[in-house]
Write a protein that binds this ligand. Sequence first.
Ligand code: PLP
Length: 395
Amino acid sequence: MDNKKLIYMDNAATTSVKEEVVKEMIKYLSEKYANPSSIYSISQEVKEDIESARERIAKTLNADRKEIYFTSCGTESDNWAIKGTASFLKDKGKHIITSAIEHHAVLHSMKALEREGYEVTYIGVDENGFIKIDELKKAIRKDTILISIMAANNEIGTIEPIKEIAKIAHENNIYFHTDAVQAYGHIPLDVKDMDIDMLSVSAHKFHGPKGVGFLYIKKGVKINNLLDGGGQERGKRPGTENVASIMGMAKAAEIATENMSENNEKMTKVRDHLIDRILKEIPYTRLNGDKVKRLSNNVNISIEYIEGESMLLGLDFKGICASSGSACTSGSLDPSHVLLAIGLKHEVAHGSLRLSLSEENTIEEADYVVDNLVEIVNELRNMSPLWEDFIKQNK
Ligand code: PLP
């Protein structure tokens, strides 16, 4: 295989934008650029197009058009659901339940609320990353106003039992929000069947553009605004609509939904091939996350006696884009809170590798990645005094 070819296996970070999506977006950046709030007919046409996008997106979730609110990203959707609920229901209660493995968009929203006097309980997970349901039930109090649990984890791919959690929330008269940023377009989500009150999505995780997302809010669920301004999004999320991105997101949503089972089948084959080969060919490795209830595009493996960042640099040198188990987005090298929550030691979490696939990745690419990974791990371990000590002790 050509060394110069880029092998992109970091689709949980972001995805490429599909050609059809780009084409759709260009139309709204060039011809149909009018502000949908203006009075003339071209604006009215754009307004109708946005409503059609809303309708098409709603359909993918079995939602109603009026339950979809466009936002600027998954982070905004999470912030809005959590902070909007907290401020709307502050007289009812100030206690919120979430999990220890949420994305920082959720965890840092919770921290912000704690600074304002709210109390948050962080539910632990088992060794595969499943929320401890008993712990969650015990955490419920009279003043609990919201339970926010992600649909699927962005690092280890574990799919949480959100239907069951929504039921527990509603039996206790509590709102249920789910961060479905990694799940949407990958697993079927039916907001009616799952009885979800709020659900966050981001377009750039399913071959749509960056900087656009939406929040589903069930009819009748009332939360406060995050932003104040004009009348867009029925006054709930003001700001001139990001028309091109909204239209691109609707296109990407339809493509992802239509091809979901075919894509999952393709990705599962590549995922399992990667997992099997890595676990077999590199000693002292372990798979993180559940084997079965796992996103079809997620591989997360801890490789002992390896420093994650060095491994990523080695892979990058071979044209492979991947991710490690440290919180590099925060600019620190602290090990990932998710890997620590499933019980990994700091040093093991540090040596973790996440490969996240798209339907375009092939078995041939997977083989190229594993062949290079084996070499890189050998080289790094040979330079590691810890590995040397370990080998001496085990001789
Ligand atoms: N929630 C999860 C689970 C994510 O994986 C991400 C992004 O990685 C986000 C929220 C934030 O989405 P965005 O990048 O659109 O702000």
